[in-house]
Design a protein. Sequence first.
Length: 101
Amino acid sequence: MAEEPLDPVIHATARLRVTATLAALGEGDEMSFPKLQRLLGMTAGNLSTHLRKLEDAGYVRVTKTHEGRTPATYLALTPRGRVAFEEYTQAVTTLLKGARP
C-alpha cells in the first residue's frame, strides 16, 4: 500500500505557518492581513503569494472590504481548509510515530 503524500499546498513552510495560525481561530472568525503579516514576520508580497496558493486550493477565504475609505483584507480558513489542515496534522503525526497512514 502506497503512503499518501503530505498535502503539498500546506506542506510548504510559509503556507503551513499561515494555515496553522488561521486554524487557531474559531470557526467563522477572521484575521486581518496586517495582523497575520506581523505575527508571521513575512513581507506583504511573500504573504500574498502564499495566500493566493491557499485561496486557489479553496483552503483560505480572502475578504476585501473598506473601513471608511481605507481598504481592508480579512482572512479565514474555509471548511475545506480546516479539513485539509486536520488531515495534514494527522498524516504528520502518523509519520512521526513511524506508522503508515
